[in-house]
Ligand binder design. Sequence first.
Ligand code: FES
Length: 249
Amino acid sequence: MNYKIGEVIRNNPILFDTYEMEIAGFTNATQGQFVNISTGDKSMLLRRPISISEVKDESIVIIYKVVGKGTEILASKKPGDVLDVLGPLGNGFPLVKNRKCVLVGGGIGVPPLVETAKKLKENGCEVNVVIGARNKELVILEDKLKEYGKVYVATDDGSYGMKGNVIDCIEQNQIDFDVLYACGPNIMLKFLDKKYYGVKEGYLSFEQRMACGVGICYGCILKPKENREAFLRVCKDGPVFELGVVKYE
Ligand code: FES
């Protein structure tokens, strides 16, 4: 098919407030990178940073939650609409070979694990995935991730999988791993960092509000631990940082 770069191929809800969109182009993206999308509405200057879930031959897949006017506009886009998309951006997850990996996703942090799991499996890794969600209704991409490894689910209310958080899930299921990959709310990353820094190799992908998306405005900074450079720009230096790099509030 001859699509234009940025053309919407499909855009469908996968949950009441969460959509999956396939966009033509950007096939040089790697696992864990993101795109910054303009809604096309002139009253909204800021683009929406959205992580890339899958990279296909002619397109990328993104999964986003409708949380305000900008993402409402994205949800209204139809196949054939052409979006102004900047990307792929950010560093993405580094890949390892022939290792035991655990991939941990919380909430809307689950989508980038799909491409990461696929690439790690291709690299001969043993892939275990832990999905954390508030409840059963909010668990996404479980079947997709099962294509690449064993999937465990933890919910806050115990309505699906085990009741507890992602660390409880790793421990109770005795998931044996050498390398951790995680994406999700900063509080989840903080606890994973505290638990596994100095113990395991690990990479954390941070979610942060962004403006430029390309390292110019310093609107997305995190503080590094002491004795490191003054700022970490999530959009340009990240969104992925090794365990032990970020200082938490
Ligand atoms: Fe501008 Fe990161 S969003 S520097």
